[in-house]
Design a protein around this ligand. Structure first.
Ligand code: ZN
Length: 267
């Protein structure tokens, strides 16, 4: 460790707060680091080769499903298939990897939302995760589409809307700040018209649009993704933060969330 190394710990996604400009905090070893304050400065992140599972803490050679060791990826409720494909959730029928976990994650109110980036996408989250989820995805703005009682129903609404809208964020275009010129309120109205009555009953009447600004001095013209599987040290002048990406001033971008559980030092 050199003398400039201040902090080290296992990476988790940056914590976010919605202010005039989205605010990012990276927590390493319980110490919060104000990442907005690092913009315009040179930072260095060094990976020490250790990955700890985000569920059980065990050391794992490889990360599965975004930060799990293989046994947890296979068995942990946070890695259930219904997280990616909510229409497969069976918690409402009493079936889950862990019913106690499902009670607080699947059998609580879910939000189906529309978020605008390079396209308008549909997504699902728990009410408690707004607007964090939208900031994590780098959305320019977002609107609540429907409020439903459980994950399964959210999946039904999402599957219906996916006939018309994407459910993916194009991260390269998001990072280049290529944003589609489209109206979320109008899109919500036209999507509502496509739904069957049994799902239309869940559409939320509140059409408030949540706008998000990101702390970015300079958007990249091209995007070159870098990561700790290829190089242990990543150093450069931080030009901004959007989604869960650090953007350096030479077009390189680092997806923090992709390195969940990686042990790094920052200086
Ligand atoms: Zn584990």
């Amino acid at each position: 460790m050199n003398s400039e190394t201040h902090l080290s710990g296992n990476l988790r996604k940056m914590q976010t707060r919605l202010e005039d400009v989205a605010h990012y905090t990276l927590v390493l070893d319980d110490v919060p680091i104000d990442m907005n304050a690092k913009i315009g400065k040179t930072i260095k992140l060094s990976f020490d080769g250790t990955i700890n599972c985000i569920a059980c803490g065990r050391t794992t050679k490889k990360s599965f499903g975004g930060g799990f060791c293989f046994p947890c990826f296979r068995d942990a409720p946070e890695a259930s298939e219904c997280i990616i494909r909510p229409e497969l959730c069976r918690a409402h029928e009493g079936e889950a990897r862990d019913m106690a976990w499902a009670e607080t994650h699947c059998l609580v109110e879910q939000i189906v939302y529309l978020a605008r980036s390079s396209a308008i996408k549909v997504g699902i989250t728990r009410a408690s995760q707004m607007p964090t989820r939208w900031i994590d995805q780098g959305a320019s703005d977002a609107i609540v589409f429907a409020r439903v009682p459980n994950r399964y129903t959210a999946g039904l609404v999402e599957v219906a809307l996916k006939e018309h809208l994407t459910d993916r964020t194009n991260w390269q275009r998001m990072l280049k700040n290529e944003v589609i010129d489209a109206d979320l309120v109008a899109t919500k109205a036209s999507m509502t018209d496509t739904l069957d009555a049994d799902l239309r009953q869940f559409v939320d009447t509140d059409d408030t649009v949540c706008s998000i600004n990101y702390p970015v001095d300079q958007y990249p013209e091209k995007v070159k993704s870098v990561g700790f599987d290829k190089q242990a040290e990543i150093e450069g002048c931080l030009a901004g933060i959007k989604g869960q990406y650090l953007i350096f001033d030479d077009n390189r971008v680092l997806n923090i969330r992709k390195h969940n559980g990686y042990r790094v030092a920052i200086s």
